[in-house]
Write a protein that binds this ligand. Structure first.
Ligand SMILES: [Zn+2]
Length: 149
């Protein structure tokens, strides 16, 4: 599982010798970087809620990449295609069933069903491998909602 850090955004400038011109570029970059960070903070306030009952399931802050990417498209054994997004936490979900490796989408991880804890709509699956676990949530059953503080 990999997490993207903001350090990866400007690898080009690391180790560059400073000249007068380049230092002004660096100043501009520092401002750009600050704006970017503020945008990131704004994004983190976005809730992800159940489309059916608007119960808060998780937030954008808990988006993670599983097998190198956040969004996945999978087809289940019945031929139904799901667009899922991966999240490290989803407090609005209720998980049930006996964890199984059967037809798992993530090698080495068991899965069980995750439903909305409020209205029981099927929202995705909970994956577990030892101490590592995450949620794969069906994006079509969720909506983004900006929290107003
Ligand atoms: Zn719900």
């Amino acid at each position: 599982m990999t997490f993207r850090t903001s350090n990866e955004i400007h690898p080009y400038h690391i180790g560059h010798p400073l000249t007068v011109k380049e230092s002004s570029d660096e100043q501009i970059e520092a401002v750009c970087s600050k704006i970017l960070q503020e945008t990131e903070t704004e994004k983190k306030k976005e809730s992800i809620i159940c489309k059916n009952c608007r119960n808060e399931i998780t937030t954008v802050e808990y988006s993670i990449a599983a097998n190198g990417q956040h969004a996945h498209i999978f087809k289940n054994p019945l031929g139904i295609t799901f667009h899922i997004g991966c999240f490290s936490r989803a407090w609005g979900c209720f998980i049930y069933g006996i964890p199984t490796y059967e037809a798992t989408w993530f090698t080495g991880f068991t899965w069980c069903i995750a439903v909305c804890a409020n209205c029981f709509t099927h929202l995705g699956w909970h994956y577990q491998s030892g101490r590592e676990s995450f949620y794969g949530l069906i994006m079509a059953n969720l909506v983004k909602h900006v929290k107003i503080h």
